[in-house]
Design a protein around this ligand. Structure first.
Ligand SMILES: N[C@@H](CCC(=O)N[C@@H](CS)C(=O)NCC(=O)O)C(=O)O
Length: 79
């Protein structure tokens, strides 16, 4: 499964998700910073339909909302 977290530094909702990821120790998520990488920002808007972060792409399908992302990660531990 391909997992990509769209985020930017300074976003408190992103920090919440990233803290969860770090504390859980999982290493199967890559990060796309929409402020540092214009292509990531364009992809988020094109695929997700809005610029909101955090957004977790699960096999290229966008999942918004930090609480929903954490819940999804809890239910899908690293394989
Ligand atoms: N309820 C959302 C709030 C996310 C949110 O407000 N993110 C801000 C950045 S801190 C954002 O992306 N704002 C731009 C937008 O919503 O288009 C969550 O918990 O993930």
């Amino acid at each position: 499964m391909k997992l990509e977290l769209y985020k930017f530094d300074g976003c408190p909702f992103c920090r919440r998700v990233i803290r969860y990821i770090e504390e859980s120790g999982r290493k199967d998520i890559s990060f796309c910073d929409i402020h540092k990488d214009p292509a990531s920002r364009r992809r988020l808007i094109k695929v997700g339909g809005k610029e909101q972060v955090p957004c977790l792409f699960v096999d290229d399908a966008p999942l918004y909302e930090s609480a929903d992302i954490i819940r999804w990660l809890e239910r899908h531990p690293e394989e």
